[in-house]
Design a protein around this ligand. Structure first.
Ligand code: 1PZ
Length: 205
């Protein structure tokens, strides 16, 4: 059997976030750093399916997810992670756990909005859905140089058909998996926003 990088990646992402979402929805347990960072790490193979243009985005995302994963050995929940940085007065400091969490959350939201736009159009080009999602979710937080690099990358994206082939999905299975991720990630993203907002840390930095 041919196992590409992206083999079953979409299904794995959807399933992992479904587990996190059910913890969120139960409203009885705090989200733990270890399963959360593991679910986030499953998103990384998607970058590989985009070609080399977004290698810099992959490196940034993977480094932040790895830092969160390492933190899970000393801090068990996402809420404790924020409280720990509040105590250390380093919430917004470059490389802090809180800052990494906010960045990674934005990456998850980027993928969610991208999938929504992909499902809403039958265009075979990814440029429109990807540019729109980027403009909505990440661009407001990026400086000129990064926005320019991303804009250039949009011209060398694979087509949707190429992306789905690399992920070993067809149109029908991909739709189901993307919808699963959209449904599961939405409450997780809201939950993380709430963790920041209830502590008056803001989410627009
Ligand atoms: C068809 C799919 C097209 C996808 C296009 C994705 C474009 C994402 C571009 C992101 C560039 C990130 C470059 C590095 C940015 C960093 O300056 C910031 C701040 O980091 P800090 O100062 O705190 O260290 N990092 C981020 O904003 C995190 C970005 C995560 C990007 C994840 C995107 C996931 C897209 C996956 C698509 C399958």
């Amino acid at each position: 059997m041919e196992d590409g990088d992206g083999d079953k990646a979409l299904r794995k992402i959807g399933e992992a976030f479904k587990e996190i979402a059910s913890a969120v929805n139960s409203q009885t347990v705090d989200i733990e750093v270890a399963p959360f960072s593991h679910a986030c790490s499953l998103v990384s193979p998607l970058f590989g399916c985009l070609g080399i243009a977004f290698k810099f985005a992959e490196m940034d995302y993977v480094a932040k997810v790895n830092d969160l994963a390492k933190t899970s050995s000393s801090i068990s929940t996402l809420s404790a992670l924020l409280d720990h940085d509040i105590e250390g007065n380093c919430v917004r400091k470059a490389g802090s756990n809180s800052r990494n969490l906010l960045r990674v959350k934005r990456g998850l939201d980027m993928v969610r909005v991208l999938f929504e736009h992909m499902l809403a159009s039958d265009d075979n080009s990814l440029r429109n859905p990807a540019s729109t999602a980027y403009a909505e979710v990440l661009a407001p937080h990026h400086g000129w140089a990064i926005r320019k690099a991303v804009a250039a990358g949009m011209y060398v994206l694979p087509t949707k058909a190429q992306l789905l082939a690399r992920l070993n999905e067809d149109e029908a299975t991909a739709r189901i998996q993307m919808q699963n991720y959209i449904n599961a990630s939405a409450p997780v993203i809201l939950y993380i926003n709430k963790l920041f907002l209830t502590r008056e840390l803001g989410i627009d930095w």
